[in-house]
Design a protein around this ligand. Structure first.
Ligand SMILES: [Fe+2]
Length: 314
């Protein structure tokens, strides 16, 4: 793959950005967390006109790997988990490793970026690439995420150190305590939701099943209310990537939309775009588009509609 263009949001971006900005349907902004050597962890708000504002700089004595983020109506979720930049390994291709010296914690930063009010919660030692969603409920903040038991410890070419599972962390902001609930014991990764429900109470999440030896396959639809999971099998040796939810025009129900994903067909060594009806998740696909290429495994990130203002090419 090659980059089409580079953009620094009209010069408003002071350093690096992220592959996982999150759309906020209530304000129209994208929230982003960034991490890199030589910079504090930064919380950036990207407005509807494509202007980036750094709203918080969080100085830590180490540099945590922060792949993704979550937000609620009141807070930005800051993961500080024990995979950190290790300067003594800076010659290595990937000097971000499991850090035996560090505990795990997760922070709630007020949306105005007031770092002095950042509240940290002790978390189970683990690693998280992707968050499903988060929302506030009174004095509680609920964060749904894909929890890996460990990362970049024995296998620096991971992820491959135990199956990740879907969990909910409930943060009690009054007591400062975190409790964990297992939502689904299937191995899982690449969570998506109906983005209209980002940062708000929601019901449905969509993920790719993580099988033995990091072998993906079916897609899953998780009903957080009922605690049930529907599975879509794409056929033998067909493996889905991130299942993206696309809302139907004028949809009323949360799951009224399509699921689109790249599905790798091992027999043909090519990929398809497969479209499911999210309300008939296990049913036959609505359409299958054969691509003339294989889409690299793990390819995902954020898709942004082209109705936002054009950013000038650098
Ligand atoms: Fe990712």
């Amino acid at each position: 793959m090659e980059s089409v263009a580079r953009a620094d949001f009209n010069g408003t971006l002071e350093a690096g950005f992220t592959g996982h900005p999150k759309f906020d349907p209530l304000t129209g902004e994208h929230h982003a967390l960034t991490y890199e050597p030589g910079q504090p962890v930064r919380y950036i708000s990207l407005d509807q006109n494509g202007r980036a504002t750094t709203k918080a700089r969080i100085n830590l004595p180490h540099i945590p790997l922060i792949h993704d983020m979550a937000f609620t109506a009141s807070f930005i979720v800051i993961p500080d988990l024990p995979v950190t930049f290790q300067p003594e390994r800076s010659e290595a291709k990937f000097p971000w490793l499991w850090d035996a010296r560090r505990d795990a914690r997760i922070g709630l930063l007020p949306r105005d970026g007031d770092v002095t009010a950042l509240q940290w919660f002790e978390a189970p030692r683990c690693f998280v690439f992707h968050f499903v969603n988060a929302y506030d409920d009174g004095d509680l903040t609920l964060i749904d995420l894909v929890r890996h038991p460990r990362m970049f410890d024995r296998d620096h070419n991971g992820p491959n150190e135990g199956a990740p599972t879907l969990v909910r962390w409930t943060l009690d902001r009054r007591s400062g305590q975190l409790s964990e609930t297992l939502l689904d014991d299937h191995g899982t990764e690449f969570p998506r939701i109906n983005d209209r429900f980002g940062g708000q109470s929601y019901r449905f999440g969509y993920t790719a099943h993580w099988g033995r030896d990091v072998r993906f396959g079916p897609a899953m639809k998780h009903d957080m209310l009922r605690g049930t999971t529907e599975i879509h099998h794409y056929g033998p040796d067909r493996m889905t990537l991130e299942p993206i939810f696309v809302r139907k025009p004028d949809a009323l129900a949360e799951d009224e939309g399509w699921i689109m994903s790249y599905v790798y067909d091992a027999a043909r060594n090519l990929s398809d775009v497969v479209i499911l009806d999210a309300q008939d998740f296990a049913g036959e696909p609505v359409a299958t588009i054969h691509l003339p290429v294989r889409v690299p495994f793990g390819f995902h990130g954020e898709w942004i509609a082209d109705d936002i203002p054009e950013l000038p090419a650098a």
